[in-house]
Design a protein around this ligand. Structure first.
Ligand code: CA
Length: 223
Protein backbone atom coordinates (compact mmCIF):
# COMPACT_ATOMS: atom_id res chain seq x y z
CA UNK A 1 0.00 0.00 0.00
CA UNK A 2 0.97 3.59 -0.46
CA UNK A 3 -0.45 5.98 2.14
CA UNK A 4 -0.35 9.67 1.15
CA UNK A 5 -0.99 11.72 4.29
CA UNK A 6 0.65 14.95 5.40
CA UNK A 7 -0.20 14.72 9.10
CA UNK A 8 2.77 12.69 10.25
CA UNK A 9 1.22 11.26 13.40
CA UNK A 10 -1.82 10.13 11.48
CA UNK A 11 0.36 8.73 8.68
CA UNK A 12 2.33 6.69 11.21
CA UNK A 13 -0.86 5.49 12.85
CA UNK A 14 -2.32 4.42 9.50
CA UNK A 15 0.90 2.62 8.68
CA UNK A 16 0.82 0.77 12.00
CA UNK A 17 -2.88 -0.01 11.68
CA UNK A 18 -2.56 -1.41 8.18
CA UNK A 19 0.66 -3.26 8.98
CA UNK A 20 -1.20 -4.97 11.84
CA UNK A 21 -3.80 -6.02 9.26
CA UNK A 22 -1.09 -7.65 7.17
CA UNK A 23 -0.32 -4.95 4.58
CA UNK A 24 3.12 -3.67 3.62
CA UNK A 25 2.91 0.11 3.77
CA UNK A 26 4.93 3.02 2.40
CA UNK A 27 4.11 6.61 3.29
CA UNK A 28 4.35 9.86 1.31
CA UNK A 29 3.83 13.18 3.09
CA UNK A 30 2.76 15.47 0.25
CA UNK A 31 0.96 15.33 -3.07
CA UNK A 32 4.05 15.62 -5.27
CA UNK A 33 5.86 12.72 -3.58
CA UNK A 34 2.61 10.80 -3.44
CA UNK A 35 2.07 11.12 -7.19
CA UNK A 36 5.69 10.18 -7.91
CA UNK A 37 5.57 7.11 -5.66
CA UNK A 38 2.17 6.05 -6.97
CA UNK A 39 3.56 6.19 -10.52
CA UNK A 40 6.82 4.41 -9.80
CA UNK A 41 6.16 2.15 -6.84
CA UNK A 42 3.98 -0.58 -8.33
CA UNK A 43 1.55 -0.47 -5.40
CA UNK A 44 -1.57 -2.62 -5.15
CA UNK A 45 -3.58 0.33 -3.82
CA UNK A 46 -3.22 3.94 -2.67
CA UNK A 47 -4.80 5.50 0.41
CA UNK A 48 -5.02 9.17 -0.41
CA UNK A 49 -5.72 12.21 1.76
CA UNK A 50 -7.39 15.13 -0.04
CA UNK A 51 -5.94 18.19 1.71
CA UNK A 52 -2.24 17.83 0.94
CA UNK A 53 0.61 20.26 0.33
CA UNK A 54 2.05 20.31 -3.19
CA UNK A 55 -0.80 18.65 -5.04
CA UNK A 56 -4.22 17.95 -3.59
CA UNK A 57 -5.53 14.42 -3.44
CA UNK A 58 -7.96 15.37 -6.20
CA UNK A 59 -5.07 16.40 -8.44
CA UNK A 60 -3.06 13.27 -7.66
CA UNK A 61 -6.00 11.05 -8.55
CA UNK A 62 -6.87 13.03 -11.66
CA UNK A 63 -3.29 12.89 -12.95
CA UNK A 64 -2.95 9.16 -12.35
CA UNK A 65 -6.15 8.48 -14.28
CA UNK A 66 -5.16 10.88 -17.05
CA UNK A 67 -1.99 8.78 -17.42
CA UNK A 68 -4.18 5.65 -17.57
CA UNK A 69 -2.76 4.46 -14.26
CA UNK A 70 -5.61 2.42 -12.74
CA UNK A 71 -4.12 1.61 -9.33
CA UNK A 72 -7.06 1.35 -6.89
CA UNK A 73 -7.42 4.60 -4.90
CA UNK A 74 -9.22 4.98 -1.60
CA UNK A 75 -9.68 8.58 -0.50
CA UNK A 76 -9.35 9.05 3.25
CA UNK A 77 -10.35 12.56 4.16
CA UNK A 78 -11.72 14.81 6.84
CA UNK A 79 -13.92 16.40 4.18
CA UNK A 80 -17.21 14.62 4.51
CA UNK A 81 -19.62 16.56 2.32
CA UNK A 82 -21.47 14.46 -0.20
CA UNK A 83 -20.16 16.72 -2.98
CA UNK A 84 -16.57 16.04 -1.87
CA UNK A 85 -17.26 12.35 -2.10
CA UNK A 86 -18.87 12.72 -5.50
CA UNK A 87 -15.96 14.85 -6.74
CA UNK A 88 -13.44 12.24 -5.61
CA UNK A 89 -15.30 9.40 -7.22
CA UNK A 90 -15.88 11.38 -10.42
CA UNK A 91 -12.13 11.95 -10.67
CA UNK A 92 -11.58 8.22 -10.71
CA UNK A 93 -11.16 7.23 -7.06
CA UNK A 94 -12.63 3.85 -6.14
CA UNK A 95 -13.75 4.39 -2.58
CA UNK A 96 -14.02 7.11 0.02
CA UNK A 97 -13.80 7.05 3.81
CA UNK A 98 -14.00 9.96 6.21
CA UNK A 99 -11.91 10.58 9.30
CA UNK A 100 -12.19 9.41 12.00
CA UNK A 101 -12.30 5.85 10.79
CA UNK A 102 -11.81 2.27 11.92
CA UNK A 103 -8.67 0.42 10.79
CA UNK A 104 -10.65 -2.79 10.59
CA UNK A 105 -13.09 -1.18 8.13
CA UNK A 106 -10.28 0.53 6.21
CA UNK A 107 -8.46 -2.79 5.84
CA UNK A 108 -11.67 -4.53 4.74
CA UNK A 109 -12.35 -1.86 2.12
CA UNK A 110 -8.78 -2.15 0.84
CA UNK A 111 -9.07 -5.91 0.56
CA UNK A 112 -12.27 -5.41 -1.46
CA UNK A 113 -10.41 -3.02 -3.78
CA UNK A 114 -7.57 -5.51 -4.20
CA UNK A 115 -10.02 -8.21 -5.21
CA UNK A 116 -11.36 -5.92 -7.93
CA UNK A 117 -7.84 -5.07 -9.09
CA UNK A 118 -6.57 -2.30 -11.33
CA UNK A 119 -9.12 -2.55 -14.11
CA UNK A 120 -9.50 0.46 -16.41
CA UNK A 121 -11.98 2.96 -15.01
CA UNK A 122 -11.76 5.98 -17.26
CA UNK A 123 -13.06 9.12 -15.59
CA UNK A 124 -14.26 10.33 -18.99
CA UNK A 125 -17.02 8.17 -20.40
CA UNK A 126 -17.06 7.50 -24.13
CA UNK A 127 -19.22 5.94 -26.81
CA UNK A 128 -17.28 6.20 -30.05
CA UNK A 129 -16.42 9.87 -30.55
CA UNK A 130 -19.05 10.97 -28.02
CA UNK A 131 -17.35 11.87 -24.73
CA UNK A 132 -18.90 12.81 -21.39
CA UNK A 133 -16.80 14.01 -18.46
CA UNK A 134 -18.83 13.69 -15.22
CA UNK A 135 -16.38 15.81 -13.21
CA UNK A 136 -16.02 18.71 -15.65
CA UNK A 137 -19.66 18.27 -16.71
CA UNK A 138 -18.75 18.56 -20.37
CA UNK A 139 -19.86 16.69 -23.46
CA UNK A 140 -18.04 16.50 -26.78
CA UNK A 141 -18.76 14.95 -30.15
CA UNK A 142 -15.29 14.62 -31.62
CA UNK A 143 -13.80 18.06 -31.09
CA UNK A 144 -17.17 19.82 -30.92
CA UNK A 145 -18.34 20.91 -27.46
CA UNK A 146 -22.02 20.29 -26.78
CA UNK A 147 -24.06 22.30 -24.27
CA UNK A 148 -26.60 20.29 -22.30
CA UNK A 149 -28.92 21.33 -19.49
CA UNK A 150 -28.46 19.58 -16.13
CA UNK A 151 -31.31 17.15 -16.83
CA UNK A 152 -30.15 16.40 -20.36
CA UNK A 153 -26.66 15.78 -19.01
CA UNK A 154 -27.97 13.40 -16.34
CA UNK A 155 -29.98 11.49 -18.95
CA UNK A 156 -27.01 11.15 -21.28
CA UNK A 157 -24.70 10.17 -18.40
CA UNK A 158 -27.07 7.42 -17.31
CA UNK A 159 -27.26 6.06 -20.86
CA UNK A 160 -23.55 6.36 -21.71
CA UNK A 161 -22.67 4.42 -18.53
CA UNK A 162 -24.81 1.64 -19.98
CA UNK A 163 -23.84 2.10 -23.63
CA UNK A 164 -25.04 -0.74 -25.80
CA UNK A 165 -27.73 -1.80 -23.32
CA UNK A 166 -31.45 -1.16 -23.59
CA UNK A 167 -32.64 1.02 -20.69
CA UNK A 168 -36.36 1.16 -19.91
CA UNK A 169 -38.08 4.54 -19.79
CA UNK A 170 -39.32 3.73 -16.29
CA UNK A 171 -35.71 3.14 -15.16
CA UNK A 172 -34.67 6.49 -16.63
CA UNK A 173 -37.59 8.23 -14.94
CA UNK A 174 -36.61 6.71 -11.61
CA UNK A 175 -32.89 7.49 -11.80
CA UNK A 176 -32.69 10.72 -13.78
CA UNK A 177 -35.76 12.32 -12.29
CA UNK A 178 -37.13 12.14 -8.75
CA UNK A 179 -37.08 8.54 -7.46
CA UNK A 180 -40.60 9.12 -6.16
CA UNK A 181 -41.85 10.68 -9.38
CA UNK A 182 -45.20 9.28 -10.35
CA UNK A 183 -44.42 7.99 -13.77
CA UNK A 184 -45.14 10.24 -16.69
CA UNK A 185 -42.99 8.51 -19.25
CA UNK A 186 -43.68 11.26 -21.78
CA UNK A 187 -41.15 13.47 -20.02
CA UNK A 188 -38.46 10.90 -20.77
CA UNK A 189 -39.41 10.94 -24.44
CA UNK A 190 -39.34 14.73 -24.51
CA UNK A 191 -35.86 14.87 -23.01
CA UNK A 192 -34.56 12.05 -25.17
CA UNK A 193 -35.65 14.22 -28.10
CA UNK A 194 -33.77 17.24 -26.71
CA UNK A 195 -30.61 15.22 -26.22
CA UNK A 196 -30.86 13.68 -29.69
CA UNK A 197 -31.15 17.13 -31.26
CA UNK A 198 -27.87 18.10 -29.60
CA UNK A 199 -25.68 14.99 -29.80
CA UNK A 200 -26.96 13.40 -33.02
CA UNK A 201 -28.91 15.60 -35.43
CA UNK A 202 -26.25 18.28 -36.06
CA UNK A 203 -23.71 15.55 -36.79
CA UNK A 204 -25.94 13.31 -38.92
CA UNK A 205 -25.55 10.51 -36.35
CA UNK A 206 -27.90 8.11 -34.54
CA UNK A 207 -26.40 7.34 -31.14
CA UNK A 208 -29.56 7.69 -29.05
CA UNK A 209 -31.74 4.90 -30.39
CA UNK A 210 -35.39 4.22 -29.56
CA UNK A 211 -36.06 0.54 -28.94
CA UNK A 212 -39.77 0.17 -29.58
CA UNK A 213 -41.73 -1.00 -26.58
CA UNK A 214 -38.57 -1.29 -24.48
CA UNK A 215 -36.83 2.05 -24.01
CA UNK A 216 -33.60 3.61 -25.23
CA UNK A 217 -30.14 2.48 -26.11
CA UNK A 218 -27.06 4.61 -26.58
CA UNK A 219 -25.01 3.00 -29.35
CA UNK A 220 -21.67 1.88 -27.92
CA UNK A 221 -19.92 3.05 -31.11
CA UNK A 222 -21.42 6.52 -30.84
CA UNK A 223 -23.97 5.92 -33.64
CA1 CA B 1 -4.17 16.53 5.09
Amino acid sequence: MLVVEDERRLASAVRRGLTAEGFVVDVAHDGVDGLHQAREGGYDAVVLDLMLPGLSGYQVCERLRAERNWVPVLILSAKDGEYDQADGLDLGADDYMTKPFSYVVLAARLRALLRRGARPRPAVLAAGDLHLDPAARTVRRGEAAIELTAREFALLEYLIRRAGQVVAKSELLEHVWDPDAIGDLNIVEVYAGYVRRKIDTPFGRHALQTVRGAGYRLAADGG
